[in-house]
Design a protein around this ligand. Structure first.
Ligand code: Z5A
Length: 209
């Protein structure tokens, strides 16, 4: 059986990833594909516990390094239990954030050198990389405004505008280096226009509709 397709969704806060996961899933299912939707940090019991620590453990101090290593610990489990088995079964894995987020947040945001992240990426992931990454791009201020309308801020959401500007710049720099894999979606537009952009990228990359 041919290997499935690994698609990730990335972007800063409030960019619209979670909102558009359902659209992408429906599009793929209508194209006749089996889809597994998952997220990081999360996707396994260990991953969800790590998520809880990193997003809501306000009383816990975590250094940038321990934060990054916890992300990769959760990722190792996620790959072994969820991502690789689904890809090996020919399914499409749709993952809300993956290692580009580590480069953006722990690298750009917290200042860990990209080479150090790359070394752990190779160790944990081997040759596994996303086939397609949908980068939801929205100006930092607009994204923060959208996210702020929603709920109690988590640990990342309490970071400064400068932190999020570095995250944003890192994502765009990565997309510029890998334009085939990382497709930038102008997420500042209306939901309808965002869906049109997603549909045309999916048609081009996955096809079948
Ligand atoms: N993290 C990390 O540091 N390192 C890593 O390696 C990984 C993750 C994997 C995960 O939180 C945190 O973990 C994340 C990075 C870090 N922290 N931050 N910030 P998450 O995944 O739960 O949080 P998030 O990614 O920031 O989710 P979010 O803020 O919910 O963003 P979103 O999913 O992109 O946005 P949304 O919920 O779909 O939309 C936000 C609001 O905007 C909502 O009310 C929508 O109705 C509205 N919206 C969406 N699109 C539109 C359009 N087009 N027009 C108008 N309104 C819209």
């Amino acid at each position: 059986m041919p290997r499935g397709i690994f698609i990730t969704l990335e972007g800063g806060e409030g960019a619209g990833k979670s909102t558009n996961v359902a659209f992408v899933r429906n599009w793929l299912e209508h194209a006749g594909r089996k889809v597994v939707v998952t997220r990081e940090p999360g996707g396994t019991e260990l991953g969800e516990r790590v998520r809880d620590i990193l997003l809501h453990g306000r009383e816990l101090h975590t250094s940038a390094e321990s934060e990054m290593l916890l992300m990769f610990a959760a990722r190792a489990e996620h790959i072994a239990r969820v991502i690789r088995p689904a890809l090996d079964a020919g399914k499409i894995v749709l993952c809300d954030r993956f290692t580009d987020a580590t480069y953006a947040y722990q690298g750009g945001g917290r200042g860990i050198p990209a080479a150090r992240i790359a070394a752990i990426e190779s160790w944990v992931q081997g040759d596994l990389r996303p086939d397609l990454t949908l980068l939801f791009d929205v100006p930092v201020e607009a994204g923060r405004r959208r996210a702020g309308l929603r709920s109690e801020p988590d640990r990342f959401e309490q970071e400064s505008d400068e932190f999020f500007a570095r995250v944003h710049a890192t994502y765009l720099a990565r997309a510029a280096r890998e334009p085939e894999r990382m497709r930038v979606i102008d997420a500042s537009q209306s939901l309808e226009k965002v869906e049109q952009q997603l549909g045309s990228v999916l048609q081009e990359v996955v096809g079948g509709r």
